[in-house]
Design a protein around this ligand. Structure first.
Ligand code: NDP
Ligand code: 2IT
Length: 448
């Protein structure tokens, strides 16, 4: 599978031990493919057992979450926190609440987070967590009781200098608030133990917007390298959650026209350009479905079935919903319809076949761990503000986020060139993210 005998041995052992974890193996395989030339050029990687260590989480915490619903019935969910790698800083990464959550999904997310966090240039290790809890249709009180039960166990394993969780699918400002409240009650400690907090209790300005803005800042750099810009471009964004909403706002501000967005039930097309404020109202205030967009904008149309969104012709595609939401055939449809550039807002939204299709067609492709790193980078800025007991202005945080995204783009481009793969941002992101973590692991010796 790989030219390197060492990588083959490590991957085969991993695949055998984790045969039931397809998403995790998918993420590892992509990283190994990119790292092949680095592993061949640097024998100290094998000598220090770096690859076999980096694919094993330092710690997996798996726990029961019991809570009582509004009808008085006891409910039980499975919770996880995976502390994957602390070589360059405290574990950092979001919490996903979605019925599809399982150990494979949390492990793939935690593994990706190691390299993403390294790319930000901030001192953060990789971690991820979540539960197979479905927030849809739950009352505010049910959400609160679930979050309190979840934090009751999680609080034993996290801390401002140990592990700092944040939001992800199904975990937004409301859930972070309930979790923070419970942590404080249990520990009698007001610390920056979570990020994505509300502005009145230690949150950072621009954290809500950061992932979506960051994806567009990264895309702006990709386009600039092709002597192009967002100006006048048709943009398709999948999803309509936190990442998609603010990607829509920023793409529009930069001169693009967002013509389609989706949720897991279907997608909307608005040829006049989607107004992110309507999406914000539907999703953040009403917590309703995207199909209600046509009640606000009657000239728009709604189509049942989320995957059809990739048949809407566009110049720029930003998948911002979930893993493996864009397959090889859908990539070919986008290419046939003239797509020029793709940046991933979600984690691993493109299947390996889709990535290969984009790359062989010469479509500029920005991988998730680079393009969506603005969210965790701004979480890092929230941690800095909490430590200083200061708050920066929106403009200060946004300017830092912008600089970080420009630097990430440069590091990816530079690493790809150093290893003879110019323009391959997938390889560049994996290599640049890996190098720092690898060096830190070697310097710190073999303890775990
Ligand atoms: P939200 O919960 O705010 O929104 C998720 C969106 O994706 C919703 O529109 C949801 O639709 C859709 N979606 C979720 N699961 C599926 C599915 N199985 N099939 C189709 N659509 C689905 O989450 P975020 O916006 O925070 O996260 C979106 C992606 O971005 C995730 O991959 C996440 O890991 C990644 N990410 C998030 C960051 C952040 O800061 N929040 C940072 C970096 C990456 P529906 O409402 O119908 O479920
Ligand atoms: O996937 C991600 O990078 C996130 N969900 C954000 C993590 C964070 O700690 O802000």
């Amino acid at each position: 599978m790989f030219q390197s005998e060492y990588l083959n041995r490590v991957y085969e052992g991993l695949a055998q031990r984790n045969a039931h974890e397809p998403e995790f193996l998918q993420a590892v395989k992509e990283v190994f493919e990119s790292l092949e030339p680095v592993v061949m050029a640097r024998p100290e990687i094998e000598a220090n057992g770096i690859m076999e260590r980096i694919v094993e989480p330092e710690r997996i915490i798996n726990f029961r979450v019991s809570w009582v619903d509004d009808a008085g019935k006891v409910q039980v969910n499975r919770g996880w926190r995976i502390q994957f790698n602390s070589a360059i800083g405290p574990y950092k990464g979001g919490l996903r609440l979605h019925p599809s959550v399982n150990q494979s999904i949390i492990k793939f997310l935690g593994f990706e987070q190691i390299f993403k966090n390294s790319l930000t240039g901030l001192p953060m290790g990789g971690g991820k967590g979540g539960a197979d809890f479905d927030p849809k249709g739950k009352s505010d009180n049910e959400i609160m009781r679930f979050c309190q039960a979840f934090m009751t166990e999680l609080s034993k394993h996290i801390g401002a200098d140990t592990d700092v969780p944040a939001g992800d699918i199904g975990t937004g400002a409301r859930e972070i608030g309930y979790m923070f409240g419970q942590y404080k009650r249990l520990r009698n400690e007001f610390t920056g133990v979570l990020t994505g907090k509300g502005l009145s209790y230690g949150g950072s300005l621009a954290r809500t917007e950061a992932t979506g803005y960051g994806v567009c800042y990264y895309m702006k750099e990709m386009l600039a390298d092709m002597n192009d810009s967002f100006e006048g471009k048709r943009v398709v964004i999948s999803g309509s959650g936190n990442v998609a909403t603010y990607a829509c706002q920023k793409a529009t501000q930069l001169g693009g026209k967002v013509v389609a967005m989706s949720d897991s039930n279907g997608y909307i097309v608005d040829e006049n350009g989607i107004d992110y404020k309507v999406i914000k109202e539907i999703k953040e205030v009403k917590r309703a479905r995207i199909k209600t967009y046509v009640e606000y904008v009657p000239s728009a149309k709604y189509v049942e079935g989320c995957r059809g969104i990739w048949s809407v012709p566009c110049d720029i595609a930003l998948p911002c919903a979930t893993q493996n939401e864009l397959n090889g055939d859908e990539a070919k449809t986008l290419i046939a319809n003239g797509v020029k550039a793709v940046a991933e807002g979600a984690n691993m939204p493109s299947t390996p076949e889709a990535v290969a299709a984009f790359q062989s067609a010469g479509v500029a492709f920005g991988p998730a761990k680079a393009a969506n790193a603005g969210g965790v980078a701004t979480s890092g800025l929230e941690m800095s503000q909490n430590s200083q007991r200061l708050s920066w202005t929106f403009e200060e945080v946004d300017a830092k986020l912008h600089d970080i995204m420009v630097n990430i783009y440069k590091s990816c481009k530079d690493a790809a060139e150093r290893y003879g793969m110019p323009g391959n941002l997938v390889a560049g992101a994996n290599i640049a993210g890996f190098e720092k973590v690898c060096d830190a692991m070697i310097w710190q010796g073999i303890a775990y």
